[in-house]
Design a protein around this ligand. Structure first.
Ligand code: ATP
Ligand code: NI
Length: 311
């Protein structure tokens, strides 16, 4: 029997209202038709380049989008619709964010008191000591201010804060930039441990290579659209479906840094067709129309002429 998913997102779209001249309002679509599922114990990576809408996805799930945004589609969390109200209730408890910037830490407060939120009783102290210990953060760390932490330590403080809530879903927004390879692997290892403990982990990153070191499933995101879902193992096995996923893979150092010409369209640019069409070697005229996200070979793809499909 399949386990009930922890998070199930169906056809999520997010757009912004922008005010033009006078009273003109423009609706700027940023995320379109995004779907993904995370089961217990699973690490699902969402991989996309800068500006593709990754942080917005995280904020949409957590219910912390800015006031000028609109969200449509379906989000289920632990089998029930995740309304704004429920998101507020589960946030910081069953569902936690490990934020993109370490600026989320209060710069004027020592780490220990900050984590304990001012509580001083021995039980709370012991509980946090235990969690920090698990992340290799010694007692002296509690007396440090955020600016005294290394990048890797700051990340681990954020993870420790998240783990302390014993969450069912951990959303990690770009957790490794600025870290050297060893620190990055260590941080990712901690996310894998959280999954091994039964949580679902949504790992949001631009770094496909790092994502593949821990992700069971990978969802590839391009210009606000999910274009492929694959098993982590599909990449090394050469079993890719969408031409953009292929391009991402070919652009990795070990595969020769092969770039594709052109740039990703920005929000609101391009129609409802495949956002890669202007850059795609396999494009045909019909690629400019709406393209379904469909199952293919154990994954999903949003392409009319995928690799491994029938041409
Ligand atoms: N409040 C807003 N109003 C209008 N547009 C916005 C707003 N917030 C974000 N955007 C736009 O949405 C797009 C996606 O932003 P987002 O931060 O989700 O990207 P990202 O994939 O997380 O990028 P990065 O890798 O740089 O963190 C960007 O092009 C951004 O300009
Ligand atoms: Ni981001």
């Amino acid at each position: 029997m399949e386990l009930e998913p922890i998070l199930d997102v169906k056809e999520l779209s997010i757009s912004f209202t922008q005010y033009g001249r006078g009273t003109n309002q423009v609706l700027l679509p940023v995320i379109r038709d995004l779907s993904l599922t995370i089961g217990p114990g699973q690490v699902v990576a969402v991989v996309g380049s800068s500006g593709s809408g990754k942080s917005l996805l995280a904020h949409g799930i957590l219910g912390i989008l800015p006031y000028n945004s609109h969200m449509s589609g379906e989000i289920n969390f632990l089998g029930q619709p995740l309304t704004q109200r429920r998101a507020e209730q589960v946030r910081g408890k069953e569902m936690v964010l490990v934020p993109q910037g370490v600026t989320y830490l209060d710069p004027l407060m020592q780490v220990g008191p900050q984590l304990r939120k001012g509580k001083k009783d021995p039980q709370t102290r012991a509980r946090f000591r235990g969690v920090l210990d698990r992340y290799g953060l010694g007692e002296e760390v509690e007396t440090l201010y955020p600016f005294e932490l290394s990048g890797g330590m700051a990340r681990r403080v954020l993870i420790a804060t998240a783990a302390e809530a014993a969450p069912r879903l951990v959303i990690a927004d770009e957790p490794t930039p600025g870290l050297d390879a060893r620190a990055a692997r260590r941080v990712l290892g901690h996310f894998r441990e959280l999954a091994e403990g039964g949580a679902g982990v949504l790992l949001i990153t631009h770094d496909l290579e790092l994502a593949l070191t821990i992700a069971h499933r990978v969802t590839v995101f391009y210009a606000g659209v999910t274009i492929e879902e694959a098993d982590g193992a599909d990449f090394a096995a050469g079993k890719l479906r969408h031409p953009y996923t292929r391009a991402l893979w070919n652009a990795l150092p070990q595969n020769g840094f092969v770039p594709i010409p052109g740039a990703q369209p920005g929000p609101g640019e391009g129609g409802e067709g495949c956002p890669l069409a202007p850059r795609c070697p396999r494009r045909r005229p019909e690629c400019l129309g709406k393209i379904p996200y469909r199952p293919l070979d154990g994954g999903r793809v949003r392409c009319l002429y995928p690799e491994g499909g029938d041409l």
